[in-house]
Design a binder for this molecule. Sequence first.
Ligand code: F6P
Length: 329
Amino acid sequence: MALRHIGVLTSGGDCPGLNACVRAVVRSAGGAGVQVSGIRYGFRGIVDNDVIPLDDRSVSGIIQLGGTKLRTSRFLELHQPDVVRSTAEALDRLRLDGLIVIGGDGSQRAAVALSEHVRTPIVLVPKTIDNDVGGTDYAIGFDSAVNTAVEAIDKIRDTALSHERVFAVEVMGRGRGILASAVALASGAEVVCIPEVPLEPDAIASALMRCSKKGKCSSIIVVAEGCPGGANKLAEDLRNRVPFDVRVSVLGYMQRGGPPTAFDRILASELGTQAFDVLAAGTDRPVMVGRIRGEPVTHDLRDAIHIEPRSFKELRDLCHRLSGIWFGS
Ligand code: F6P
């Protein structure tokens, strides 16, 4: 069946690069004469019939903008069977020939649940600053968030060194320490704490003492927010164990905003276009698009939700080799 009309939505936590991806979907569809409806506020917009027409002009001047023109939401009820059914009925009423969902792991699961009840083919484009979606090496937004955090830590370094302090810097990442590991390596941090490895304040304190004996007078500890108690708890635990002034800086939501890096703009443009091409070629199964070792890949979305995200352990091993004292294994 020829593609005439598709929908696109952004779902879950926002991140830089969403607008660039929407632009790519709209422009590639426009080039093929396919009409695009933007669904606002993620999956919730399907139920609320909150839909706007998108054309080449309406996505002009947004490639460099953070946030999402389409707005987003976490529609947590979408794991309840009755909500899945009513959302599927609402999606059928939109009479779309395809739906592109730009989302993370929660949206991945929601898209699979929906796809069991609708004929509309769904294609998922991975985005999340946490980079914890399996089936792709990189999700849209991760590179921008890493750069934002690294830029902040470069500034914290200056004050850490001037006052000879230790800083525990908390970065986002509730479930996994991929973002923290990349930030730690790129900022030359001495220690990285991630949810996958139990926190051991005694060992971290001994490592900091060893550094000090070698003449190092300030250190940066990157802590993923998913570590129990986060940076505040770790700093508290360290203050009884080391003679240094230990300060905390929680970077928080600033990592989710700001203009996307060139890497994310390019990735978003590639994945958005690839998602449209999958629909244009015709598919009878839900699909996820991604990049593995730089090459485009597609997965059946029902399999993709079971693929473990890349661990990026090599980043932490490199921290160890180059800084010597990162903590964990
Ligand atoms: O999934 C991205 C993320 O920013 C996580 O790193 C963080 O734990 C979470 O979203 C915060 O979610 P919310 O926007 O719902 O507070």
